[in-house]
Design a protein around this ligand. Structure first.
Ligand code: EPU
Length: 420
């Protein structure tokens, strides 16, 4: 297992290019199960999670390879409908093979993914949506067994106690593309990654309207064909790099960005006193003056993303004043609080809130990554802490940030990888 070693205190400067979005590529790869024809996906980040999804596709009978940012999925008739526990349990996004397998093969057996460190993470909305399309579903020995000779379009309300669900919307939308008649998903997730999936499905011949809004309408078609698609840029990687510029008092030009996807973050950073320059596909973040503390509440898109909560907390940890960070998507996603406090931060957790009292300087410490975004938050803290920080268990980081230490090195950071 590798760890990252970071010598803090360097102002990051220069240009960096954002990779394709992890949370778009995973369901898009799953969507290729809806056809027997050749598909090409471009702008694919080489991540642990991408490779897990490719392994799942191969286990289901697809021939899928990633080469230099491009995935080729060869034309073939896949027939395996069983997604195994060993693979699904390592990554929740694998559960979104349920919809495409069921729609294409009329049956699916997909392991339940289980919880993870950021919370219980149920799949009731996925099941509710797929059932509404007329499938029979049983849960046996940790697997969801689904079958339906012909899925039928339906009107589905998909909101849950925490609002809409990204992967449940993806799963139901994919299943509905091959259902008979019209499906309306109400309280659909509006995340750009859901819209990117819908755009890929449309390229495959699906009839979808309203993606990117809370009401998605899908007119089922008989079959889908092969397609080519380029993945949207990763807004969370872009946001993480924006915080890297600010926390190190640096100046970074971040390329391959869709600023439209970063509205809530840009708004909050402007409230903190940051001026951000935006061009067509790049954002420049330059630290000019001392920041103000801000309060942040995570919400479904277009609200402030839960996937940026930990990173903004590391910035607030060294920003004068009190900041209240409220987590409304995963109320337990606070594993990074204790680690930041080990670096000298003053953060107190109270239920779904973290109260951050900004201090002048963090001090380096050995810290442990617990999940993907918590790892990013600890790397950010390490970039600015006094001394040498080590972040262990960085396989979490490898799930979602392509070449992150190389990208940071390119901006001048003193960061390297060592064996634990
Ligand atoms: N929820 C339910 N029932 C369900 C599904 C979800 O109650 O059937 C709840 C969840 O427990 C949570 C809320 O609804 O409280 C929202 O969860 P959602 O289903 O939207 O999350 P997800 O689809 O499993 C995706 C991303 C996450 C990101 C969330 C929220 C992928 C592969 N994952 O997860 O990304 O945090 O949406 O935006 O798209 C990450 O990249 O670090 C990450 C965790």
């Amino acid at each position: 297992m590798d760890k990252l070693v970071i010598e803090g205190g360097v102002r990051l400067k220069g240009e960096v290019t954002v990779s394709g979005a992890k949370n778009a590529v995973l369901p898009i790869l799953a969507a290729t199960l809806l056809t027997d024809e050749h598909c090409v996906i471009k702008g694919v980040p080489n991540l642990r999670d991408t490779n897990t999804m490719l392994k799942i596709l191969r286990s289901l009978g697809k021939n899928a390879e990633l080469n230099k940012g491009k995935v080729n999925i060869a034309a073939n008739k896949h027939t395996n409908h069983v997604a195994d526990y060993k693979l699904v349990s390592t990554m929740r996004a694998s559960f979104c093979v349920l919809g495409p397998l069921l729609a294409k093969l009329k049956k699916a057996k997909v392991s339940l993914p289980g919880g993870c460190v950021i919370g219980i993470r149920p799949v009731d909305l996925h099941i509710k949506g797929i059932k509404s399309l007329g499938a029979t579903i049983n849960i046996e020995s940790g697997y969801v067994l689904a079958h339906a000779a012909q899925l039928k379009g339906s009107h589905i309300y998909l909101g849950g106690v925490y609002g809409s669900s990204v992967l449940a919307t993806d799963n139901v939308m994919m299943a509905a593309t091959l259902a008979r008649g019209e499906t309306v998903i109400e309280s659909a997730a509006c995340e750009p990654e859901v819209a990117d999936l819908a755009n890929f499905l449309i390229q495959m011949g699906a009839k979808i309207k309203g993606h990117g809004t809370p009401i998605i309408e899908i007119e089922g078609v008989k079959q889908l064909h092969g397609a080519e698609h380029t993945i949207i840029p990763d807004r969370i990687e872009a946001g993480t790099l924006m915080i890297a510029a600010l926390i190190t008092k640096g100046d970074i030009l971040i390329k391959n960005v869709m600023f439209q996807h970063l509205g809530a973050l840009i708004d909050k950073l402007e409230e903190a006193g940051v001026s951000i320059s935006i061009t067509d596909s790049a954002i420049r973040v330059c630290y000019k003056r001392r920041l103000r503390s801000i309060n942040v509440t995570t919400l479904p898109y277009p609200g402030f993303p839960t996937d940026m909560q930990a990173q903004v907390m590391s910035l607030m940890a060294i920003t004068r004043g009190i900041s209240v960070i409220t987590e409304k998507i995963y109320p337990d996603r606070f594993m990074h609080v204790a680690e930041l406090n080990r670096m000298g931060a003053h953060i107190q957790r109270e239920g779904p809130h973290a109260i951050v009292e900004g201090i002048k300087q963090l001090s380096a410490a050995p810290v442990m990554a617990s999940d993907l975004r918590a790892s990013a938050c600890l790397v950010l803290a390490g970039l600015v802490a006094k001394g040498v920080t080590t972040v262990s268990r960085i396989y979490h980081l490898e799930r979602g940030y392509e070449n992150i230490e190389k990208k940071l090195q390119g901006l001048g950071a003193k960061i390297w990888r060592e064996k634990e």
